[in-house]
Design a protein around this ligand. Structure first.
Ligand code: ADP
Ligand code: GLC
Length: 470
């Protein structure tokens, strides 16, 4: 089968969060199942691009209303990726250094999708058997294939749409409708949700199959989907929750080149000790005390706004270290920075994005805090488990599917609400576990054995594609 994944992120080329990790790993595992798997993303003017080679394969033109944009399809030459990656280059639109947050994001998303369809419509040799679209940035593709006359040769290609996060739907105002190629105007309702063009809603309505990234998040979406819950209930029969995996070849403490000392189950204690010591030396923390860390986008979905109070409460009343890695909401960033002075020697924060540091944290922290309010899947907890650090999580979304509480013979610490009180209570339970070193080490070893690789879920997607092709 020839599978085409369309996305705005793909690790290691361009990463903001878990979307990149998924699109950088799922295709690799599907390739290993003997399918031809290609990924198409925008061109980025970033470090990966500077360090890698690419060849130009095709040139075409996309039209957004009265504007014409010449585009080039480039292929990245890198056997290490484990699958083929194509990039669309459009001068001034798809040549940015970052992934999101440009004034012309809407134009970038639409131009990207139109260029993909124009390319595969023009070259028979690149026609996929199935198109798998990820998140709202590529959510218009199922509609465009189904209702734009000039793409009618693509109409038989099944489309799968994966919701990675229903909080972000990519709403477009109707004054941009003229960017769309001519389509059957009787179908305009398929684009609409709440008086906007809504690419996520359009994808839910028009794709052949909708998936999301954990079974529990699929259930939650029926009740709470940032306004799309009614639509998701209506389309329930074509929706499935498939748990994300992790790239366990890349995320492997035994071989990970980013961490300070490699280790496996048999030498987990000494291996993790070295990584923890490095973190504590580097961030002026106390290696003999339990270390709690948070890694992630500093946004309310992740419960990041709770962190300053959690830090105050925990460090005023208990003897632990806390380390934060992340960036996002500027007020939260400021509050987290301010706390450094008050709790010097027991608390630190690195505002920014640092892939290498994140690996060392997974390898060295005793506990990983995830006080998320919304967590469609969450990959951090799976990386933590693989590296032997114990997750402390809210029972929500994919966290509920992947972390079982120690009170139920599980291996993590769970609370029901994303609140300061709940998290503080969980921290106290974690300290009690840390003080029982025998149990703590037994759990560390147990969690490292859990298989969260993509093997199983990659197959589930293949089964879905096969059923659609039939
Ligand atoms: P989301 O996609 O909602 O941000 P996920 O848990 O699915 O959450 O994935 C987050 C990914 O981004 C993980 O690979 C995590 O390690 C990484 N990450 C998040 N913030 C940072 C950061 N500041 N520095 C390095 N890696 C980060
Ligand atoms: C989104 C979600 C996150 C999920 C990731 C990958 O960014 O917020 O929970 O793990 O996508 O699917």
């Amino acid at each position: 089968m020839n599978i085409l994944h369309t996305s705005f992120e793909c690790y290691p080329i361009a990463k903001v969060g878990g979307l990149a990790d998924v699109v950088g790993a799922l295709p690799k595992y599907q390739n290993q199942l003997d399918h031809e798997v290609n990924v198409i993303i925008p061109f980025y003017n970033n470090q990966f691009t500077k360090d890698s080679k690419r060849e130009s394969l095709y040139k075409g033109i996309v039209r957004l209303g009265e504007f014409s944009y010449p585009y080039t399809i480039k292929r990245i030459i890198s056997p290490d990726l484990g699958f083929k990656v194509f990039q669309i280059y459009i001068e001034g639109i798809l040549d940015t250094s970052d992934v999101y947050n440009y004034e012309n994001d809407t134009e970038r998303y639409i131009a990207f999708q139109l260029a993909i369809l124009d390319w595969i419509n023009s070259e028979d040799s690149v026609l996929p058997d199935v198109i798998h679209c990820h998140d709202h940035h590529t959510g218009l593709i199922p509609f465009l294939i189904a209702h734009v006359d000039s793409y009618k040769t693509l109409r038989e290609i099944p489309t799968v749409f994966t919701i990675h996060n229903a909080q972000y739907q990519g709403q477009i105002s109707y004054d941009k409708l003229h960017y769309f190629p001519d389509f059957d105007t009787k179908k305009i309702g398929l684009l609409d949700w709440d008086h906007h063009i809504n690419p996520m809603a359009a994808a839910i309505k028009c794709s052949w199959q909708v998936t999301t990234v954990s079974p529990n998040y699929m259930n939650e979406l029926q009740e709470k989907a940032n306004g799309l819950e009614g639509l998701l209930r209506h389309e329930k029969t074509k929706c499935a929750g498939i748990l994300n995996g992790i790239d366990s070849q890349n995320w492997n403490p035994e071989t990970d080149p980013m961490i300070k000392k490699n280790y496996k189950i048999t030498n987990v204690v000494s291996g993790r000790k070295t990584n923890k010591k490095w973190l504590c030396d580097h961030f002026n923390l106390k290696a003999e005390k339990p270390l709690f860390a948070f890694i992630g986008r500093l946004v309310s979905e992740k419960g990041a706004d709770l962190l300053p109070e959690i830090i105050e409460e925990s460090l005023s009343n208990t003897d632990i270290n806390i380390l934060i890695l992340g960036s996002g909401n500027s007020e939260t960033e400021e509050q987290l920075e301010l706390l450094k002075e008050k709790f010097t020697g027991r608390y630190n924060v690195f505002i920014g994005y640092d892939e290498k540091l994140s690996h060392i944290i997974y390898a060295g922290t005793d506990f990983l805090l995830m006080p998320s309010r919304v967590e469609p899947c969450g990959l951090n907890q799976m990386y933590a488990l693989r590296y032997g650090s114990i997750p402390v999580v809210t029972r929500t979304g994919g966290l509920k599917d992947t972390v079982m509480d120690i009170g139920d013979n599980g291996f993590g610490i769970c609370h029901d609400n994303a609140s300061v009180g709940d998290v503080y209570y969980s921290i106290k339970r974690a300290i009690a576990l840390y003080n029982d070193q025998k149990k703590f080490r037994e759990i560390q070893k147990r969690i490292m054995k859990i298989d969260h690789s993509w093997n199983q879920s990659a197959n589930q997607y293949i089964k879905i594609y096969e059923s659609l092709i039939q």
